[in-house]
Design a protein around this ligand. Structure first.
Ligand SMILES: C[S@@+](CC[C@H](N)C(=O)[O-])C[C@H]1O[C@@H](n2cnc3c(N)ncnc32)[C@H](O)[C@@H]1O
Length: 289
């Protein structure tokens, strides 16, 4: 990898997890990495995460240099690469770099896609007009390092668009802390009585057996309830915490929006309305001071 060696075991775990769980791959039933696979993935993504095409001004990247941090399968990357003067993508994992490169190739788009760590970017200072990071930086070991790095690589007055998981949400309080917790207690009891669990619940039960009651603690359990039970770092923040960290890292907040209410993208208008005050995805537009 092209990043500075951090000698950070936790970050290695993050890398290992995402290398073996390419973000979103499980939702598409087609051969990876075929052209059909990427097409189906984009259809799925912009149906389920429909607010992205409404809230993110991809076309506003015309004539601009864009950096994306945390690539997954490279769908948003293809949106930026279609519009920007230059598109650079960085991800901690070889797998996301591979997927994004092939995705862009299939669409005939250009990008400079590299493996690297957002906490220590090997990229020049004062270079990018826009840095975009969607659903990524809550998974890293030190988010404030990443905000300082983003500030460094942005040009003066450059824009940072970031999505992080929100504590002020239905998903956090009702689905995770209440329903998932009760459901896991039920699954544990079922297993004790000789039954078995399926899918993610089987993984939760396995983790509970290994880690004991601390697995279900107020602070630990939510980490394991967003991107799968084996994803160990998934921080969920209050908006005020995100704003404070960004301001401390040299940004001014310009706009915030909440999105994503977990009803599967079937009723986009209702979902957007509910998400506007209880959504799990907190999007923040910040500007380098
Ligand atoms: C949940 S996926 C999100 C991907 C994509 N942005 C999306 O919305 O589908 C998280 C991605 O962030 C990457 N990631 C996590 N920590 C990172 C870090 N410190 N530096 C760079 N990438 C990181 C992971 O490798 C993974 O590909």
């Amino acid at each position: 990898m092209i990043t500075e060696e951090l000698n950070n075991e936790d970050l290695k775990q993050v890398e290992d997890f995402w290398n073996t769980h390419l973000c979103g791959k499980q939702f598409v039933d087609a051969k990876f990495p075929s052209k059909e696979f990427f097409e189906l993935y984009r259809n799925f993504r912009y149906k389920k995460t429909h607010h992205l095409d409404t809230y993110i001004d991809w076309k506003g990247a015309k004539g601009k240099d864009v950096l994306e941090i945390g690539l997954g399968i490279g769908a948003d990357g293809s949106r930026w690469a279609q519009n920007a003067r230059t598109y650079t993508g960085v991800d901690l994992t070889a797998e996301a770099v591979y997927a994004t490169k092939i995705h862009l190739d299939h669409l005939g788009l250009k990008g400079h896609i590299v493996q690297g760590n957002a906490e220590a970017l090997v990229l020049p200072s004062n270079h990018f007009d826009i840095v975009y990071s969607h659903g990524v930086l809550h998974h890293t070991t030190n988010i404030e390092n990443t905000f300082r790095e983003v500030n460094r690589v942005l040009k003066p007055k450059g824009e940072f668009i970031v999505m992080l998981y929100s504590k002020g949400s239905f998903n956090y309080w009702f689905r995770i802390q209440f329903y998932f917790r009760l459901r896991l207690l039920f699954e544990i009891l079922k297993n004790k009585l000789g039954g078995s669990s399926k899918g993610d619940w089987a993984l939760h039960v396995k983790n509970f057996k290994q880690e004991g009651w601390s697995y279900l603690s107020w602070n630990n359990f939510p980490h394991r309830c967003t991107d799968g039970p084996d994803c160990k770092i998934a921080n969920i923040y209050w908006q005020s915490e995100m704003v404070k960290m960004l301001e401390n890292s040299g940004f001014t907040i310009e706009k915030t929006k909440k999105a994503h209410f977990p009803i599967g993208g079937h009723f986009p208008k209702l979902e957007r309305f509910l998400a506007s005050f209880m959504g799990f995805h907190q999007i923040i537009w910040a500007r380098k001071r």
